[in-house]
Ligand binder design. Structure first.
Ligand code: FES
Ligand code: FES
Length: 175
């Protein structure tokens, strides 16, 4: 079957077997090996990508089901040479050891911060509960996502305070 899938903003058209899984389409057809494949039972979550913005396990999705849809992989997180804030968080807080689970964790973290910019620890743990870290580095993964939430909040333009909004002009101040 001929399909066209937009991956990280770029359209790719390929002839594929109807049984081809999205994870294999990304890795083997497109060479996007940042998406990992770690089990045959759909429970490790290292294959997580975003399909129309929603995190999915790409080993449970057929490539043909992504036809006409938008996929984001870990390769799409960086913008213009600048790491996404969640990537920076994982660097700052040592959120990875072997790195096998990291691409999926990053994509879920990005999704979470778009829905909830200030998630508490329980919310973060629930969001990543479908993904296994074989190195068991959950403490630092949670810390990394919290770091990213705080960095993202600091990067937002602050609303002008009342005083700043009505700062007197020189003329007003002299009156
Ligand atoms: S590869 Fe393990 S859940 Fe997809
Ligand atoms: S860092 Fe090794 S599996 Fe998570």
């Amino acid at each position: 079957m001929r399909i066209t899938v937009s991956v990280n903003g770029q359209p790719y058209t390929r002839d594929v077997e109807p049984r081809l899984l999205l994870v294999h389409f990304l890795r083997d057809e497109l060479g996007l090996t940042g998406t990992h494949w770690g089990c045959d039972t759909s429970n490790c979550g290292v294959c997580t990508v975003r399909l129309d913005g929603v995190p999915v396990k790409s080993c449970t999705v057929l490539a043909v089901m992504a036809d006409g849809h938008e996929v984001t992989t870990v390769e799409g997180l960086e913008r213009d040479g600048e790491l996404d804030v969640v990537q920076k968080g994982f660097v700052e807080c040592h959120g990875l050891q072997c790195g096998f689970c990291t691409p999926g964790m990053l994509l879920t973290a990005r999704w979470l911060l778009e829905r909830d910019p200030d998630p508490d620890e329980g919310t973060i743990r629930e969001a990543i509960s479908g993904q296994l870290c074989r190195c068991t580095g959950y403490e630092n993964i949670v810390r990394s996502i919290r770091w990213a939430a705080e960095a993202q909040a600091q990067a937002q333009p602050q609303p002008q305070s009342q005083a700043q909004a009505h700062a007197p002009t020189d003329a007003e101040a002299r009156q």
